[in-house]
Design a protein around this ligand. Structure first.
Ligand code: G3H
Ligand code: 13P
Ligand code: ZN
Length: 330
């Protein structure tokens, strides 16, 4: 099965009323762990790369790792998605590299902290759609800003997504998926106390633009047992806190279909590597710590696929190619 456009995976999730995890990757172990989980629980999967991931892997390595995932898992529906593309050049580059889905994040100015005007976000997102759809490539836009950190920079002001603006944005841009700001943020320090996400907005936006698939960024749950393991073995992550899985499930009931997770797999790998370095100080073969780290990532991803409800749904439908998606957009 080739890589599939994200639109078909999310449209199916809409029909089935479940969410699909989008997991960030930077290396082979992460990709293998995600694919092991997807293949075992029979879940479609979105593998995504940030601009940082493309830089880290010099692009070509990541591209080949993604294709290795396809070759090794021919019966699993895999979406290759660009996460937080911030200009049209990176969108074009991702399409050239074979990505089947791109995010154009027009929520912030190029400085990464000043909220971009609605008009300028619309303009850039509309152009990204114009570039991507003729190739059958899915487009995710973002409206509103995430709390906390966007690409390592503190957003100066958190702006939750306005449902009426969402309608206008979707109409003016033609996006397939929309990242909504409902109070989450990237990273391991999302809240100081149990959060109350603005899930009523999800419900309203879902009702107003039922043909667009809603995306929740900053969805790591920051499992406290992983934080405890990191802290026990020499790490220092006091007061780390994430989004409770139950709130994500509530979001899915209200219309969230794509759930972005990066921090949780980072925590799983770090906790395991710290423990092994502490317990077995003589270890120096990277396979002896990267292998168990890969197993820990697999466990987190599998748990998320089960919790989001995508497990068991890979074989519900036939794959669509980019060529078929291209014709649909026409
Ligand atoms: O969007 C945030 C993701 O966690 C990617 O993070 O830019 O460090 O790769 P990164
Ligand atoms: P987390 O930092 O919560 O994993 O969010 C990841 C994300 O939104 C990637 O785009
Ligand atoms: Zn994000």
């Amino acid at each position: 099965m080739p890589l599939v456009p994200m639109k078909i995976v999310l449209d199916e999730a809409e029909r089935g009323g479940y969410g699909v995890g989008a997991f960030n990757v930077n290396n082979m172990e992460q990709i293998q762990a995600i694919m092991r989980a997807a293949s075992e629980v029979r879940s479609p999967v979105i593998i995504q790369a940030s601009r940082g991931a493309l830089r880290y892997t010099n692009m070509v390595y990541l591209r080949h790792l993604m294709h290795a995932a396809v070759e090794d898992n021919r019966d699993i529906k895999i979406v290759m998605h660009l996460d937080h593309g911030n200009d049209l050049d990176i969108v074009k580059q991702a399409i050239d590299l074979g990505f089947t889905s791109v995010m154009i994040d027009g929520s912030l100015e190029p400085d990464g902290k000043t909220p971009r005007s609605f008009e300028s976000n619309v303009e850039m997102t509309r152009k990204a759609v114009e570039i991507a759809h003729p190739y059958g490539v899915t487009v995710e836009g973002e409206l509103g800003t995430l709390g906390g950190i966007e690409e390592h920079v503190q957003a100066s002001r958190v702006i939750l997504t306005n449902p009426e603006e969402a309608v206008e944005f979707v109409k003016a841009t033609g996006v397939d998926a929309l990242a909504v700001a409902i109070g989450t943020s990237h990273g391991a320090y999302k809240f100081k106390q149990t959060p109350m996400l603005a899930l009523d907005r999800v419900e309203k936006i879902h009702r107003l633009v039922p043909h667009v698939r809603l995306v929740m960024h900053g969805s790591s749950s920051v499992p406290q047992e992983l934080i405890a393991e990191i802290n026990r073995y020499g790490g220092s992550m006091p007061n780390a806190m994430g989004v409770p899985v139950e709130q994500i499930q509530d979001g899915i009931r209200r219309g969230i279909r794509k759930i972005n997770v990066d921090t949780d797999t980072r925590l799983a790998a770090t906790a395991t590597i710290r423990r092994i370095f502490h317990e077995e100080p003589a270890v120096f073969d990277p396979r002896e710590y990267l292998g168990p780290a890969r197993d820990a990532i697999y466990r987190v991803v599998k748990a998320r696929m089960e919790a989001f409800g995508s497990a068991g749904h890979n074989d519900d439908y036939a794959p669509t190619t980019l060529e078929e998606a291209r014709r649909l957009y026409k």
